[in-house]
Structure formats: structure tokens, C-alpha cells
Design a protein around this ligand. Structure first.
Ligand SMILES: [Zn+2]
Length: 259
């Protein structure tokens, strides 16, 4: 049973109020991803997180495993995080609840998000840790196993482990299977992603593509999979550029430049 697709906002609100979260707006905490945008979609009668019917990538092309795809099993090398990544033990105030999530199995695709929170994701690791734990608590309040994303990247370019890769994430409704979720902290509908964050994103994606045998065509943004503004127009633009021939991610993936 996958995790719930819809938020019970009242329960989440109560839970967050009880948790006494301060410093970041409650509305933003409830977002997980693209609150305002998803509210607008809902107001238009759209269905949250559903694939866009005319999107040929989502509708017409079945998932085909890459030849070199590697399953992620607990206790294996692929269960570990790449060097330099802040582990969840460095920020999360509790363990995931694996009984609430499906196992990930193979990782065949990667989806990029923003957290849609306007507060600057700069400053000390302690400040970022608090932001991540706030997001995690808001996701737990939805009845989820843990923070929904597998990695987060702050504006300083630091990479943070989120939900363990052994567990399916909760970041694209109905399309979490075999899907590694990465969130950049910020609201890139209004802000520009920092060069450091974008470089870390490219390098993390390239590392995980190599590790799990994922092809460039399986690197998507949330809005390419569902009706949402996530990851915001400015990060979308960066993702469009980096994936095209000569872009940094395309070059890393092709081995033209070293990771
Ligand atoms: Zn998203």
C-alpha cells in the first residue's frame, strides 16, 4: 500500500501546532512541494499530482529497466550515501517508519523538486537541519514514513540524506515507484537557484545515475510528471539547460567531464 496521496491538512496543521514549529510559515510547511501551485491546480478542478494526459513521456512510454540497474537492498553498498553527503543522523530527530512505506527495489528514475519555502536556505548546517526536520515532521503528520524526498540540497550546495534509498519516496503522486526524489531548498518560482546548489544537484544526479545505471532520459522535474509548478520556473530552466547536449549534467553523464 503506497503512502496516502492526499493531505489531511487539518490533522497536519494540528500536529504541527502541537510540535511547536517556529520560524517557517505553517502554510509552507504543509506544502512538501509547491503548495500555492497545487492549490491553484485544485481550485481549477485539477487532480493533484496526476500525470498530464497529453504528456507523451508519462502516458505513452512504459518504464524499461536499464541494463545495469541495481536494486537497493538494506545493508548493501548501494544503501549507502555518496561521500560528502550529510547523513540523516546529522539532522533527523527520529528514524523512518519503514512499515509505512514500500521498499524501493530498483532505482530507475530521478525526479527534481523544490520545497516552495521562501526562507533562504543559506547559513549554518544547524539552520538547514532545523528546516529539514520541520519538513520531515510535516510529512510525518500526513501519516508518511519519513521526509518524502531521498536527498535535499541547500543554497550552499550541501547535500543532505533524506529518506533512505531502501524505501520508496513520497514525492510524485502515483509515480513514486523506483523513483529517487531530490529537493532543492527554496522557492524557485521566485528565487534563482544558487550556482553552488545547481552544481551539487548535477553532480549528485550524475553520481546516482552511474551508481544505479539510470539514463539521462529518466531525469525529470516534478512538473514533467504531474500538474504542478514544482520545481519552479527558474529551476526548471536550469534543468532544461543542464540536460541538453553540452549542458553540465549531459556532459557528466556522457563522461565528457569528470564528476
Ligand atoms: Zn515537487
Amino acid at each position: 500500500m503506497p503512502e496516502p496521496k492526499h493531505t489531511d491538512r487539518r490533522d497536519a496543521m494540528l500536529s504541527i501546532a502541537r510540535a511547536g514549529v517556529a520560524g517557517i510559515g505553517i502554510a509552507a510547511l504543509l506544502s512538501g512541494c509547491s503548495t500555492a501551485a497545487e492549490r491553484r491546480v485544485k481550485a481549477r478542478g485539477g487532480s493533484l499530482g496526476e500525470p498530464i494526459p497529453e504528456d507523451p513521456i508519462v502516458v505513452n512510454r512504459p518504464w524499461t529497466p536499464d541494463r545495469n540497474a541495481v536494486a537497493v537492498r538494506p545493508g548493501t553498498l548501494t544503501d549507502s550515501v555518496p561521500a560528502g553527503v550529510y547523513t540523516r543522523q546529522q539532522w533527523a530527530k527520529g528514524d523512518p517508519k519503514p512499515w509505512l512505506a514500500d521498499p524501493m527495489g530498483m532505482i530507475r528514475r530521478i525526479t527534481v523538486h523544490h520545497d516552495a519555502i521562501d526562507a533562504a536556505a543559506t547559513g549554518s548546517p544547524a539552520k538547514i537541519a532545523a528546516r529539514l526536520d520541520s519538513i520531515r515532521r510535516s510529512h510525518l503528520a500526513r501519516g508518511w514514513a519519513d521526509i518524502g524526498y531521498h536527498y535535499a540540497i541547500d543554497a550552499e550546495g550541501r547535500v543532505w540524506q533524506g529518506r533512505p534509498l531502501t524505501l520508496q519516496g513520497a514525492h510524485v503522486a502515483d509515480q513514486n515507484q523506483n523513483n529517487l526524489g531530490i529537493v532543492l531548498l527554496g522557492n524557485f518560482e521566485h528565487q534563482m537557484p544558487s550556482p553552488k546548489a545547481v552544481e551539487s544537484l548535477d553532480r549528485l544526479i550524475a553520481t546516482e545515475m552511474r551508481r544505479f545505471g539510470i539514463s539521462l532520459s529518466e531525469i525529470r522535474t516534478h512538473r514533467e510528471m504531474a500538474r504542478t509548478e514544482c520545481p519552479g520556473r527558474n529551476l526548471q530552466r536550469a534543468m532544461d539547460a543542464t540536460r541538453t547536449r553540452g549542458g553540465r549534467l549531459a556532459s557528466l553523464a556522457a563522461g565528457d567531464i569528470s564528476g
